[in-house]
Design a protein. Structure first.
Length: 370
């Protein structure tokens, strides 16, 4: 059996790839974007990570779905039919039994191409509110897998199944470790979060007086945050330098190691970060991406904030002083937050990857038998 995987949300895709391989499905290829974002020359996470797994990667031109008119709107619109054409070529050449989509504008032309060619497809939605791309994609796929019961209202009921959000096995299997000093894990994901990085830059010396910090800066060539932060750290006393580790991106094993020791996570509240934090039971400070569609990141963060397992610091209130104050406040009350974070594990289905792969393979077999 041959499986094509596509979409801009790599984290659940990696969880599903791992589960497929454990089932003996090794003929897998990935279609995605080559660059992180428009106007940035940084390679995308999938363009870097997927080939390292010895999986074929096909980059295609894709146009982002624009909610506001920007200088990228017209180029994005022009890329849309080109993306469908490129996807038709790849799928015609490979002839997969199934296309698995993980949403975002990246997946849209690929799913349309699969529909044109009569190849069955399934898409997965990670957020509470169905994303714009997946709401369009839902018209062309056979099945829509959702992570949360509340997502049902955004999709056709006869196509929708509740699987949960696939989480990488390395994350689910990790054992929590004790550390002598509190360890703060600051992350903007593989793309990084420039505004968070700027706030950390201004407060890093004060943070390192009390805590150890692992900081995933992202690898943006536009902002060069990694270089900016490492230059700042080099000016600090040696004892503080030893408490700071900057990384551009992390593979699954590296991320699991950091999660196992982290006292507190600070970062955006994308669906995958929120799911991982909940699954492990780590308290968090979430700074939702304000321009995410329909405030989806705020809704993701609110689930854990409602349980008092996390607090929300909105982007418009983000300053170095407020960030430091929020971290200090949570660490002072960490026992309470840890207790609630352990309760938040109930929100996450640890078998989501298995359930999703069951449904995907069932769809592929059904089509082959037809």
């Amino acid at each position: 059996m041959k499986i094509a995987i596509c979409g801009g949300h790599l984290t659940p895709a990696l969880a599903v790839i791992g589960e497929l391989k454990r089932r003996g499905v090794s003929d897998i290829f990935y279609i995605g974007r080559s660059k992180t974002m428009e106007g940035d020359s940084t390679p995308s996470a999938e363009a870097t990570i997927i080939p390292s797994l010895k999986i074929k990667f096909y980059p295609i031109p894709v146009g982002r779905l624009q909610r506001k008119f920007t200088r990228y709107t017209i180029p994005s619109l022009l890329k849309a039919p080109v993306g469908v054409g490129a996807s038709l070529l790849v799928l015609s050449q490979e002839r997969p039994d199934l296309v698995i989509s993980f949403g975002s504008y990246v997946a849209l032309p690929i799913v349309i191409a699969a529909w044109i060619l009569g190849i069955p497809s399934i898409t997965h939605e990670q957020t509470v509110k169905g994303g714009l791309a997946n709401r369009i994609i839902s018209r062309f796929v056979r099945k829509i897998a959702i992570s949360w019961p509340d997502s049902q209202e955004f999709f056709p009921k006869d196509k929708t199944i509740l699987t949960g959000n696939p989480i990488r096995r390395e994350i689910l299997k990790l054992k929590r470790k004790r550390t002598s000093n509190p360890l703060i894990f600051i992350t903007g994901g593989n793309q990084g979060a420039h505004s968070i990085n700027e706030a950390v830059l201004e407060t890093i010396e004060a943070l390192l007086q009390k805590y150890e910090v692992v900081h995933q800066t992202g690898s943006s060539e536009r902002f060069r945050d990694y270089e900016m932060l490492t230059a700042r750290i080099s000016q600090l006393p040696r004892r503080l330098q030893r408490r700071y580790q900057a990384v551009k991106w992390l593979n699954s094993d590296e991320l699991a190691q950091i999660y196992s020791k982290a006292t507190l996570v600070v970062g955006r509240s994308g669906a995958n970060t929120v799911s991982e934090v909940a699954a492990i039971g780590i308290p968090a400070i979430f700074i939702p991406l304000p321009w995410a569609g329909a405030k989806e990141q705020e809704k993701n963060a609110q689930m854990l904030a409602n349980m008092e397992a996390a607090i929300i610091l909105t982007q418009d209130r983000l300053t170095p002083r407020r960030l430091l104050s929020a971290i200090n406040s949570m660490i002072i009350n960490i026992a309470k937050y840890k207790k609630e974070a352990r309760e938040a594990k109930k929100l996450v289905n640890p078998n989501a990857a298995k359930i999703f792969v069951d449904e995907s393979l069932k769809l592929a077999h059904k089509d082959n038998e037809a």
